[in-house]
Design a protein around this ligand. Sequence first.
Ligand SMILES: O=C(O)CCC(=O)C(=O)O
Ligand SMILES: [Fe+2]
Length: 358
Amino acid sequence: MDAANLSWASAPLNRIQAAQGRKDNEETTQLQVPVVDLAEPDEVAARKMRAACEDYGFFYVANHGVSQQLVNEQFQASKQFFTQPLEAKLKLKANRGNRGYFPFGTGSAKNPFTQEDRKEAFNAYGFETEDEDEPFHGHNKWPAESAVPGFRATMERYYGAMHSVAQRVLRLLALALDLPAGFFEERFSRPVANIRAVHYIAGQPSNAEQGIFGVGPHTDWGALTILATDNERGLQICVGSTWIDVDPRPGMFVVNLGDMVDRWTNGRFRSTLHRVVNTSERFSTPFFMAANWDAELAVLPSCQVAGQPVQTSPAVTCGAWLTMRRTAEYDKRRRMVEEESAVTQQLPALASPHIRAQ
Ligand SMILES: O=C(O)CCC(=O)C(=O)O
Ligand SMILES: [Fe+2]
């Protein structure tokens, strides 16, 4: 390992501290999640992605190739879905497969230390199986075509577009790690991936001091998340001990890394704690992509650095990791989370004591 490789472990904090101390026209420069322009040559985009992944675990993507019309149609479809009477939505209530409808206040909080999230949501995956007992497997639960015309077709089209963006991001991510561009292809040949339409309810604003959130502080379980939001603010990420806003930017998506990339890279590329503090009604649609169900989450050889501890225990598969994170969520089994979860590793960084107090 050369000196340049050895320095990556301390690079993120150094860079962020430098950014915090910098003055620009007498005003302190605000920390800003960087933009990666997907139309730039691979080596340029990969270099920017590398810095963003080390410093923030978050970046915007511009020139991603998805039309604004499809993004708008998707939000229209999502609104139509949530406008249905609760009774109709409850017929699609999600079960073990994590597919279908998640009503407001029914245990969908991802962080066992906060109150339930102030949102309702709908999940559909890019694959279906006959096995309804296995977590994350089974059939999607679409509403009848007559109930929400065009919903399924629009969401499936949107899923396809997100999958294409994700594949481009994965190639750049491999280059950013000095690996061949196709390195991740095999691990994502049958990804556990889904779109999640989310509705943060009107009249249910967050209150961070009271531990009330649209989505409580959490890390994402998978490898990559590609997020579209409406124009309402709300997303915040934890950098050092500060929460910074990641506001909507026209024509761009927000991409963040999940726990799987954090594990593969031994923490070099971060799965960053984030939350939603919304003040009014808000719609967002994350696309979550985890690896193949049986992909191993062992640290990549190129990310094992002499002198750095390696996250080895236990070596898990993608499916085991997802199942464990979900079990921790639903059962609120704190000990399991404390032992295993990146959420807990980052919790001491939180400013508000209320979050842990419950
Ligand atoms: O709605 C957002 O802005 C982010 C949602 C999120 O972080 C999640 O669902 O994992
Ligand atoms: Fe998230």
